[in-house]
Design a protein around this ligand. Structure first.
Ligand code: NAD
Length: 459
């Protein structure tokens, strides 16, 4: 493998050759990428299983299937998206035709995390390619098998000076960040997000940060409790809770808590059996370090279900905790594992005093059939995105921009929003020459009154 500075410099040369500007050529590569991924479907499932025992089903619906559907969407729409878009011209520039050109930023760096290692590496990469950029991908070092298959796929489809995958840990990422990029797209933790933002600021490089946070799930006493329990158990324990938009904790109206906990227990057992360790559908925690962190979160808390941990197998059972203190370990940071704390409220003020303890979350979920309550929650709190009466599913609609706010991130992607993220909107006016009113030219005095009227009339 070439040194990082050689890779970056050869990608700059490739971009400057203008080869990425051809939409036809981008489509050839995106089709080749799709075919290569389809041909490796089973190897991809195997890689994710080896990395953290993720089931084929979960890999398909949350990674493989989404990557293929993003590719299909781009392949179908790219000609339309990439075309200069004509907008209405202003009377002040008449005669003219006004356009927005979609211009690639140039050399893009994508740094991705381990929790959805296939999707979160490829989705930004696909959109960056679609928009006409070169890409260096740095996949996570914690999912070795998936990172290897990603690297193999990219190597088969693209020349290295166009798109390449550079594997490695924080040291490699640091070296990559020391280079000058046209755009940086980072998905990962808030702490590393700050390092990325600082590195980007040195060169004034635009950056998207897809980060995390503590995403609340609020349940009032008009919610359909059985359905709420089923949907919540699905979204919380999917990927063993290692999902950036997983409901982090529940805030439920006090008098329905007891009944709801019983429903949660029933659903967990229904999904994963009496011993979830034996369920083929229940993944493992990514490594021992994270398993031990989760074990620490359980200490000094009232575990009301689950709580079993086997660090030799990176297993943490689906676990419920009753009323942890807001300053306890489990409530101090994003849980990112299969532990669900359950807090209660009596009044809307109680909800506020819990939520405002934390930074703006990446997601917020409300279960209720009371429209006034739902609207109050949606209008009061700032969050990246969310769902009423379900969890996670806003991620799957490519028409909805996906991203955080405040410390949960900046910038959005998914579908056309992703293509736009990797494109600079270049405004261009093509001026007509057949008419040239003299009103803007000096000497100004004679035209001032008329110009004032014109501005007042058209503004
Ligand atoms: P992480 O921040 O530890 O690592 C992410 C990437 O950054 C990895 O490729 C890693 O090698 C690299 N990295 C690590 N240290 C670095 C450094 N000092 N400088 C530069 N790069 C460095 O995150 P993670 O543990 O892989 O993922 C978990 C976090 O990601 C959670 O907080 C989760 O909420 C968040 N996340 C967010 C989204 C989203 O879409 N918003 C999606 C998935 C995960």
């Amino acid at each position: 493998m070439d040194s990082i500075s050689n890779i970056v410099s050869s990608q700059k040369t490739f971009f400057n050759s203008q080869k990425t500007k051809s939409v036809t050529s981008r489509l050839v590569y995106l089709n080749a990428l799709k075919n290569e991924i389809l041909s490796k479907e089973h190897a991809i499932y195997e890689a994710l299983y080896k990395d953290f025992k993720k089931s084929e089903f979960e890999t398909f619906i949350s990674e493989f299937g989404l990557v293929i559907s993003q590719l299909n969407l781009v392949i179908k729409n790219l000609n339309k998206w990439a075309k200069p878009q004509q907008v209405k011209s202003s009377i002040l520039t008449f005669p003219s035709k006004d356009y927005i050109y979609k211009e690639p930023y140039g050399n893009v760096l994508v740094i991705s995390p381990w929790n959805y290692p296939f999707l979160l590496a490829l989705e930004p990469l696909i959109m960056a390619v679609a928009a006409g950029n070169t890409v260096v991908l740095k996949p996570s070092e914690l999912t070795k098998h998936t990172s290897q298959i990603l690297t193999d796929i990219i190597k088969t489809v693209f020349p290295e000076d166009y798109i390449t995958s550079v594997q490695g840990d924080a040291h490699v990422a640091t070296e990559l960040l020391s280079q000058k990029w046209g755009y940086i797209f980072f998905t990962g933790s808030v702490s590393v997000g700050k390092i990325v933002a600082e590195a980007a600021a040195k060169h004034l490089t635009p950056v998207t940060l897809e980060l995390g946070g503590k995403s609340p799930c609020i349940i009032d006493d008009t919610a359909n409790l059985k359905l709420t329990a089923k949907r919540l158990v699905w979204g919380k324990f999917f990927n063993a809770g290692q999902t950036c938009i997983a409901p982090d904790y529940v805030i439920i109206k006090r008098h329905i808590k007891k009944e709801f906990i019983e429903l949660l227990k029933e659903e967990i057992t229904q999904f994963y059996g009496e011993n979830p360790k034996e369920s083929i559908d229940y993944p493992r925690i990514i490594n021992t370090k994270n398993t031990l962190c989760l074990a620490k979160m359980l200490k000094d808390n009232h575990v009301i279900f689950g709580g079993t941990i086997d660090e030799t197998d990176n297993y943490v059972a689906p676990t419920l905790i009753d009323e942890p203190a807001l300053d306890s370990e489990v409530m101090r940071s994003e849980i990112f594992g299969p532990i669900l704390p359950i807090l209660t409220y009596d009044t809307e003020k109680d909800i506020e005093s819990i939520i405002t303890n934390f930074e703006k979350p990446l997601a917020l979920y409300t279960f209720s059939s009371n429209k006034t309550f739902i609207n109050h929650i949606l209008n009061t709190y700032s969050f990246g995105g969310g769902v009423v009466n379900d969890v996670l599913i806003h991620f799957s609609n490519h028409r909805l921009p996906f991203g955080g706010v405040g410390t949960s991130g900046m910038g959005v992607y998914h579908g056309k929003h992703g293509f736009d993220t990797f494109s600079h909107d270049k405004s261009v006016i093509k001026r007509g020459t057949w008419l040239d009113p003299t009103t803007r030219y000096a000497p100004y005095k004679q035209n001032f009154g008329f110009i004032k009227k014109l501005f007042n009339f058209f503004s």
